[in-house]
Design a protein around this ligand. Structure first.
Ligand code: GLC
Length: 486
């Protein structure tokens, strides 16, 4: 808890520092260079003004006094300009921030008079949410466009404008209808779909061949067996750092995603059913979470209970894991020049449990415009631009971010860069949603209770049977819903 609070505070401080001091972190773009210059004038003005009230002697001494009058003129000139600054609060996992900055540059080229600053926000979903909430509580105009998670429209709708009133209605039909529906709250489209996500199993094609496997694991039991065999073999050959399976086990939203996949694949439901029944306390859920706890320290590093997406990717991309659960963004990075495993891996659907088929959690991000923005029209134009087919195509090719625009799944250039967009299309279409709509505006509390409960099982502090019996009671207290079997 303390850590989370500290990082939220840090996050806010970072953002405020960026806003007031000069947006220093993202120095790759010309827009930031411009921004750095503007506020840099301010500190010069202030010290100069103060001495004005002090003894005349001092004033006379310093030539710096002369400019003291200039800034007044300069500042007087500024308001007459039409320059607008829009701030995008964006993610920075993998190549995200870089791609967003590049999109901002293209927008600025087409929209003279608008400067776009792209601000980096914390990687972990709950930490990022904390930063956003601080800004919303203050009704701050400092953020115009917010990158929001697919689970947030219900919880955060009140803070965003209806994009349908700003032109989104004309293009909404190009996107996956389920995402548009997810982002529509009380008839208002509060987020423009930007990219979608689904959990995937990454596997090393070279190692599967080396150990005599002709296909990736179809079930969790097979994954355990293959991961252990490959791990033992690679260690025997001298790679002591090698692990069978890496995934997201930290106590945060990513664990909610991973654990939902285990549970749904085992026929254990989705924590709370879409019609509002708390279903988490069931034998199929208990069984598979106990099984996953058995991976910690055997086929997965003991530290996996502190892993997010990037920690898993670091082990995987260094060539130290046979399998990884992650989102599509790790595909293009895994094939990049600096990757130890470029060309040596592929992706498959996640393994099945007792239900007979694998489950992938639905993820993804939208662009929302703050209702506290001073420039909603321009901000909406920017959100629509960034979510347009042209821009989604660039992100798909450069960063293997799944488009939300359906036609891009038939685009030859997109499919060439990420063939799995085609071969695993069904995985994306059938991804399992977290219960964010039915529990809104309390989804974040539901998820927090859930991942803490699962985490206690992974770390050996509790058995899943007890943890989920308690979780059921906590969810009842929170939501007041009925309980039942999935
Ligand atoms: C990815 C998904 C997002 C999910 C997050 C969890 O960013 O797109 O929906 O909440 O991972 O870490």
């Amino acid at each position: 808890m303390l850590n989370r609070r500290v990082s939220i505070l840090l996050g806010v401080l970072v953002i405020l520092a960026m806003l007031f001091v000069a947006c220093g972190g993202n120095n790759a773009t010309p827009n930031n260079t411009t921004n750095v210059e503007e506020p840099a004038d301010e500190p010069v003005e202030e010290p100069v003004e103060e001495p004005v009230e002090e003894p005349t002697e001092e004033t006379a001494e310093e030539p710096a006094e002369e400019p003291a009058e200039e800034p007044t003129e300069e500042t007087a000139e500024e308001p007459s300009g039409e320059e607008i600054t829009l701030r995008v609060l964006a993610g920075n996992v993998g190549q995200e921030l870089l791609l967003t900055q590049q999109a901002a540059e293209r927008f600025m080229e087409q929209n003279p008079g608008i400067t776009v600053e792209v601000l980096d926000t914390p990687d972990f979903v709950q930490d990022r949410l904390g930063v956003y909430l601080q800004l919303f509580e203050a009704q701050s105009p400092e953020g115009d466009v917010f990158q929001i998670d697919v689970i947030w429209p219900g919880d955060l709708a009140e803070h965003f404008i209806d994009l349908n009133e700003y032109g989104a209605a004309d293009v909404a039909g190009d996107h996956f209808p389920a995402i548009i529906e997810n982002n529509t709250v009380d008839g208002r489209l509060v987020g423009m779909p930007w990219f979608t996500d689904a959990g995937l199993l990454y596997y090393r094609t070279d190692l599967l061949e080396k150990y005599g496997y002709d296909a990736p694991p179809a079930t969790w039991d097979e994954l355990e067996e293959m991961a252990m065999t490959i791990q033992e073999g690679e260690r025997a050959e001298g790679n002591e750092d090698f692990w069978g399976y890496v995934w997201q086990g930290n106590a945060y939203e990513g664990l909610t995603c991973d654990a939902l996949e285990w549970i749904a694949s085992n026929g254990g439901g989705t924590i709370v059913s879409p019609d509002g029944v708390i279903t988490i306390n069931n034998p199929a859920a208990v069984e598979i979470v106990d099984q996953a706890a058995g991976w910690v320290g055997t086929i997965s590093p003991p530290g996996v209970t502190g892993y997010g997406e990037e920690e898993a990717r670091a082990v995987w991309q260094a060539g130290n894991a046979a399998f990884m659960r992650n989102w599509p963004y790790a595909y293009s990075l895994g094939n990049a020049e600096d990757s130890a495993i470029a060309g040596m891996f592929d992706v498959a659907p996640l393994p099945a449990g007792a239900s007979g088929s694998g489950a992938a959690t639905l993820g993804g991000w939208q662009l929302a415009v703050s209702r506290y923005s001073e420039h909603p029209e321009e901000a909406a134009r920017l959100a629509l631009f960034m979510a347009s087919a042209e821009e989604q195509k660039i992100r798909a090719i450069e960063g293997s971010f799944n488009p939300t625009i359906m036609s891009l799944y038939e685009d030859p250039e997109v499919l060439e860069a990420s063939p799995f967009f085609g071969s695993l299309y069904d995985v994306f279409i059938n991804a399992v949603a977290r219960p964010s709509t039915v529990t809104a505006p309390q989804y974040n509390d539901v998820s927090t209770l859930f991942f803490n409960s699962v985490h206690s099982v992974l770390t050996g502090d509790a058995e899943a049977e007890d943890a989920f019996a308690e979780l059921e009671l906590d969810l009842q207290d929170l939501l007041g819903f009925e309980t039942g079997q999935p």
